[in-house]
Design a protein. Structure first.
Lengths: 340, 340
């Protein structure tokens, strides 16, 4: 049966024929999940290998606007979950995708977002194998929320952990920071900013594999989303008990992002990213890790931003451009809601 | 740091210290997930057994009201995902839980819902191992949405499938139908109904294991949620190409549910359930399957409601109380939004 509606109605969530039409035409015809049962049934030789572990993660995405320069909520939903798997050393395999849709949402918009998800999944080498659709009345949700969960396999012997960071390890990032946060700020339009920035949103699974091949003793990595690199550096300092020092001059920031931050009084350390990670590697492996990142488009701007130290355990400090030093704390409040 | 707020604020979703406090105090202190990395890292001997498959499923829950007689959104979120795994023959192992919270939601309400989830997970023998929290502004979501995903293991040799139903198979249900749908209708309060009904919401993993032990050639099962038993019977008829005949007189319905349906002009075949499944078994195994269900609290009201036939392939028919016969179709529109 053909889907003739141009907007989602409550009937599309009712469990009947209208819902089946929506799911088949908009979702499963694009994602092509294996089988159509209530659950995906999956086999992977990698899972049965001795010492392999299963990695499992989830994130809800509520970003507004739903489409923005460089991405959309679907692209973030795929990349975000792929990245959560990848930074733990897992090879991402399968994703689920659950949609909460506000009545009245344009079906053409849904189709664009679904196409974007399928494209990102293919780039990342994962399959979207199961899903769900709920419809809520006008005003009960803001357009569309997407929740993805991901399953991957951690090969035997990989023990990446925030707690494994040790003094003298080098902190690397894979590119300029804060583009996603600044893009969303500008895209909301209510700040009269027209910055020429696009979101950094990208899947980092292939990059993590390349880094781990080049730096087999890498300690731990995190994708720096909500809370920015300040949040992940604090998490790693706290988990490992090491101190961390970053160098303000070394932080890779676009001029446009600096500008947005100056105008709005924001600190780029707290700006969200959707395609940036921080990884700590032993000093001896730092050059090889950087070279591996720079060989990939999503790591072209890779650089070292600091290191772990024995001083001030559990604390993150920044050497400022003027030679001073200041504490980089977790954000106490919120810098920008609905960034992802 | 102690959580002093009584309501959720945007800061609780910002990626900083307030979010960490909320997550630690309200969620992880109760769910006690293994480890605190971005992902759960899991091992299960069952996954490595030859022929075992991984089952993966997801559902978003948007039920309103958030608390109702017999359950709450958290209980449904755990049971619904456990049941999706179980009806496919999987043994549920791990769940993820992602929360989209409207600013202003009472933290005491969140705590009750989280406690309910932890309780149901324990009953079902699953662990909530990973999660996420997003906060959206007032009016951008209706209180709370919860998305759970589930991972389980299908032991070698289990091939339950809606498409495996064959003529002469018997259709069994595990208890009275429609209690959940009728309860939500009454609980919304805008119908001036005060029916003495509670939701049937329950995890069915243990019941499925008992049925499969008693009826090893069971064909396929579905939990009858949105769209009611009409939806799942149609799905199974279509997938298998068999006809299905159900007997109106045999349908187990509470008097109160019949009453609600009569007053509102609803058909109980389309009422949602959250703890009811339909399973097709070979005739020779029907009695054993019924006995296995009736031995458990969640199967006390089990009975046969019909069978698969060679006639009218792909179509569901009901023999009415007056001896006639009518087609039971998929619901075309929606009977009741936000039932789960």
């Amino acid at each position: 049966m053909a889907l003739r509606d141009t907007r989602v109605t409550l009937a599309h969530g009712g469990g009947g024929q209208a819902m089946r039409d929506l799911i088949e035409e908009v979702f499963t015809s694009v994602f092509e999940p294996p089988g159509m049962e209530d659950q995906a049934r999956l086999t992977a030789a990698a899972l049965a290998e001795p010492g392999a572990r299963l990695a499992f993660t989830t994130d809800s995405f509520v970003v507004t606007p739903l489409e923005f320069p460089g991405g959309d909520i679907g692209k973030i939903a795929v990349c975000g979950t792929v990245n959560d798997l990848a930074v733990g050393g897992a090879r991402p395999l399968w994703l689920s995708a659950a949609f909460i849709i506000e009545e009245g949402t344009e079906i053409a918009l849904l189709r664009r977002i679904v196409a974007s998800m399928a494209h990102e999944a293919e780039l990342a080498g994962v399959r979207i194998v199961t899903g769900d659709t709920k419809v809520v009345g006008r005003g009960a949700a803001d357009g569309l929320f997407v929740t993805t969960s991901g399953v991957g396999v951690i090969p035997a012997g990989r023990e990446l952990s925030a707690g494994a960071v040790r003094p003298s390890d080098v902190a690397l990032v894979n590119g300029v920071l804060g583009d996603h946060g600044a893009t969303i700020l500008a895209a909301r339009g209510d700040l009269a900013l027209s910055a020429d920035i696009v979101s950094d949103c990208a899947g980092l699974g292939h990059l993590m594999e390349a880094v781990l091949a080049a730096a087999p003793n890498a300690r731990g990595a995190r994708d720096a989303t909500r809370g920015g690199i300040a949040a992940v550096l604090n998490e790693m300092a706290e988990a490992s008990g090491a101190g961390i020092v970053i160098d303000e001059v070394a932080l890779p920031l676009r001029e446009e992002v600096r500008g947005v931050c100056e105008i709005l009084g924001l600190d780029p350390l707290y700006l969200a990213n959707e395609g940036r990670l921080v990884i700590f590697v032993p000093e001896a492996e730092a050059e090889a890790a950087l070279a591996a990142m720079r060989a990939l488009p999503e790591g072209r701007g890779a650089c070292a931003i600091g290191r772990a130290v024995a001083d001030h355990p559990g604390q993150v400090r920044m050497t400022t451009a003027f030679g001073g030093s200041r504490i980089v704390d977790m954000l106490v409040g919120e810098q920008l809601p609905r960034i992802c």
